[in-house]
Design a protein around this ligand. Structure first.
Ligand code: MLT
Length: 248
């Protein structure tokens, strides 16, 4: 049984997806935004790589049923209802609605995963819920891949730290789990920051870029451990919340 951490989608290979549970991590901000939207009652999130796809897909819905959301260079996309901020995913904005979401790295990483047994979206805000699912998978003999969305195809400190923490907690007291070197390195990064996720998000490159772009207030909600205890699961090209209405 293995847990592999990949620091960017370019590291994905069929053997690291097929039959596995793959957790996609984009702490700043797509994964945190998705978990927040589902916790606040969004019916589903449809991740789309391109902004044009959002506009085309929206035509299949009644206007009141759907929200167009996403960012480019961190800023809301012109003409869309919402950006990619977890603070915008309020109950008032998303309850009962489908959110069509296009982001630079997060949604692109997600739509690139093929052939997995399950694809889940992980972040600090839904950390324990996702770890519980991964523990069950590992106990049942299913291998796990933790895919960091990264930033512009490069390594992201915050995604790596979150992956390291997930690898540590999800494998606790389960015998015979092998970690790849990525998981070991991610564990060291997690250790460096410990529970000080606020500091991690302030110091990492993307956290600093968000602050400069006027989104400093997004860092605290993305650091809020277990504030949105949902398991977002990506199946049939949409993300819904695993729970009583949605069995695997
Ligand atoms: C992304 O998917 O690239 C991000 O979540 C960027 C952001 O909005 O901060």
């Amino acid at each position: 049984m293995r847990v592999d951490v990949l620091f960017a989608p370019s590291q994905l290979a069929p053997a690291l997806m097929t039959g596995r549970v793959v957790a996609v991590i984009d702490v700043l901000r797509a994964s945190s935004t998705i978990a927040t939207a589902l916790a606040n009652g969004a019916k589903a999130i449809v991740p789309l790589a391109e902004a044009e796809e959002v506009i085309t897909r929206a035509k299949q819905f009644e206007r009141g049923e759907v929200k167009l959301a996403g960012e480019r260079r961190m800023l809301p996309i012109a003409g869309f209802d919402l950006g990619n901020s977890p603070r915008e995913m309020t109950r008032e904005a998303v309850d009962g609605r489908t959110v069509l979401l296009s982001t630079t790295n997060g949604t692109r990483a997600l739509v690139g995963v093929q052939g997995a047994r399950d694809v889940v979206i992980a972040s600090y805000v839904n950390f324990s819920a996702v770890c519980a699912l991964l523990r069950t998978a590992l106990r049942g003999g299913t291998e796990v891949t933790l895919l960091c969305a990264g930033s512009d195809k490069q390594f992201s400190l915050e995604d790596a730290a979150c992956a390291g923490r997930i690898a540590r907690i999800a494998t606790k007291r389960i015998n015979g789990v092998q970690l790849n070197d990525g998981a070991t390195a991610a564990g060291l990064i997690d250790k460096r920051y410990g529970d000080n996720v606020d500091r991690l998000l302030r110091e990492c490159e993307h956290g600093r870029a968000l602050t400069e772009a006027g989104f400093a207030d997004d860092l605290a909600p993305c650091a809020a451990l277990d504030s949105c205890p949902v398991i977002p699961i990506y199946q049939d090209r949409q993300i819904t919340k695993l729970g009583p209405d949605r069995e695997r």
